[in-house]
Write a protein that binds this ligand. Structure first.
Ligand code: DC
Length: 231
């Protein structure tokens, strides 16, 4: 019997479209590794904030370039939580990087060319043997332009803001909906208009608009696409 190929699956799209939720589910069903590249940009942002390198909209790029040399970012599997968690210099920062503060600053850091080059190199290394589901903004366009399967996920800004709002309030963060929607729209704008690797759907990416889909429906549609490529 033909041996199934260990695929590289790229999941790109707008923020708060549930990319990581479905990417994780796909990885579990396929027995693949899941890599959340947004978490890597968030970890660099946290390090920059801790070093006082972000002031309003200004990022001290010169110091960040030096700081980057000492950063060790890795993922470790947490059996209890059944997920990969991100570590920054040996510290588990999985929860810390998801708050509003890092979310508000991450686009400023993700648009810096040398930060992208540094992280893209690590991402290519992580996925080079296949058997991986990687989510982000530039996975199908830059990190793995030859990925076996590419998805591009979107949903209306209101649907995405409400999802994010519920997530944050469930964690006890005091936020108002308007602020969250503003953050979603601002991130879309920056992601789509930045000079370095702007977010865009490649021609070969399968579009998934999940505004009115359940997660299970989404996973089924995506698995059907993957199954065709697998063996
Ligand atoms: O997916 P996320 O919301 O955790 O991503 C955080 C930020 O990082 C978001 O503003 C876009 C950016 N990002 C990126 O530029 N490239 C990636 N591959 C992943 C995320």
């Amino acid at each position: 019997m033909e041996k199934c190929k260990a695929l590289i699956i790229a999941v790109d799209g707008h923020s708060s479209t549930g990319k990581s939720t479905v990417a994780k589910l796909l990885a579990t069903r396929l027995g693949y590794v899941y890599i959340d590249t947004g978490a890597m940009y968030r970890a660099v942002t946290l390090a920059a904030m801790r070093n006082g390198l972000i002031n309003g909209e200004y990022v001290d790029e010169e110091k960040l370039r030096i700081c980057l040399k000492d950063l060790v970012i890795d993922f470790r599997y947490n059996e209890g939580h059944a997920r990969n968690e991100i570590y920054l210099n040996g510290e588990n920062v999985e929860e810390r990087i998801r708050g509003m503060e890092v979310s508000g600053n991450v686009s400023l850091v993700a648009r810096i060319g040398f930060v992208r080059t540094y992280l893209v190199e690590q991402q290519r290394e992580m996925g080079k043997t296949g058997g991986i589901v990687m989510d982000g903004r530039d996975i199908g366009s830059v990190v793995f332009p030859n990925a076996d399967v590419k998805f591009f996920m979107t949903a209306s800004p209101q649907v995405r803001a409400m999802r994010r709002y519920k997530e944050l309030t469930a964690k006890g963060e005091a936020v108002d909906y308007a602020e969250v929607e503003e953050n979603v729209r601002k991130r879309d704008y920056i992601d789509e208009h930045r000079e370095e690797s702007p977010l865009k759907r490649t021609e070969d990416a399968v579009l998934i608009d999940n505004s009115n889909m359940t997660i299970e429906e989404e996973v089924q549609v995506m698995m059907a696409v993957i199954e065709k490529k697998k063996c």
